[in-house]
Design a protein around this ligand. Structure first.
Ligand code: CU
Length: 263
């Protein structure tokens, strides 16, 4: 099941585009969304030379309301966020016009960024996507992150809120991670043993590509601030999942709490 999902994700992000045809799978048929969004990339310029160790981006979106507080919750027409991919691998979702893309573990040479409007369920609107090639020629190259090996198995535990607690409007999901190194700079970079981040999901981890349809967001820190704007009052499961740099739950560690969402 897991490998099927990963294949689907690779296809949808273009890694294997052209090599395989879209097929229905355990993750459901991969589709492209039609958000109606119009996206313009203001920065970087076409074929920009990047000498610093992070790349500043800026987009203008019209016909589309950006609201990351609703990410991972049911789709609403005309509302969503946008994804940035680096060389066809998802970095993250973004909600403001500006973003910073780390050049950590990026090899000097030609690369590309893709900006893609997406629905709350993280389905890409490929027709509205814009691509920007750039060349990375660092004046002061970053040290490369290397694979890490820990004495024990990676684990993630939700420390707060406690199981059974009541939450309102928004709250911090706080985790403790062991035998694993979290890194934001490696979002969307090639996988490295021992490195990754975690996703916060609501109710399920199996809907959409690699379970991301219900992903509220991702974090490389101890906590993630969860908005309840798109979540119905009642009992819900909030799940923290360790993932690798390409957002796959390959680490095999997760934890969940059942919480009451009050009005
Ligand atoms: Cu992720």
């Amino acid at each position: 099941m897991r490998s099927t999902r990963r294949t689907t994700f690779a296809l949808a992000t273009g890694v294997a585009a052209g090599a395989l045809a879209f097929t229905a799978s355990a993750a459901g048929p991969p589709m492209t969304a039609h958000t109606g969004a119009k996206l313009r990339v203001l920065t970087p310029s076409k074929s920009q030379l990047v000498t610093g160790n992070s790349l500043s981006t800026r987009v203008a979106l019209s016909n589309f309301k950006i609201d990351c507080a609703l990410a991972g919750t049911p789709n609403r027409k005309g509302i969503g966020h946008y994804h940035i991919e680096l060389d066809h691998l998802l970095v993250n979702m973004f909600c403001g016009p500006r973003a910073q893309i780390s050049m950590k573990n990026v090899t000097p040479g030609p690369h590309q960024l893709k900006f893609i409007p997406a629905t709350n369920s993280h389905m890409d609107d490929m027709q509205a996507a814009k691509t920007r090639p750039f060349v990375y020629r660092p004046s002061h190259p970053l040290s490369k992150a290397r694979p890490l090996h820990f004495p024990g198995k990676p684990s993630i535990r939700i420390v707060s809120p406690r199981n059974g607690a009541t939450v309102r409007k928004s709250f911090d999901l706080v985790v403790a991670v062991r035998n694993f190194r979290l890194s934001c700079d490696l979002y969307g970079k090639e996988n490295l043993a021992g490195w990754g981040h975690w996703h916060a999901n609501v109710d399920t981890t199996t809907r959409g590509m690699m379970g991301m349809a219900t992903m509220l967001g991702m974090s490389c820190g101890r906590s993630f601030h969860i908005s309840l704007a798109g979540i119905e009052p009642g009992t819900h499961r909030f799940i923290a999942i360790l993932v690798d740099n390409i957002h796959a739950p390959s680490v095999g560690a997760q934890d969940a709490v059942r919480l009451t969402v009050a009005k």
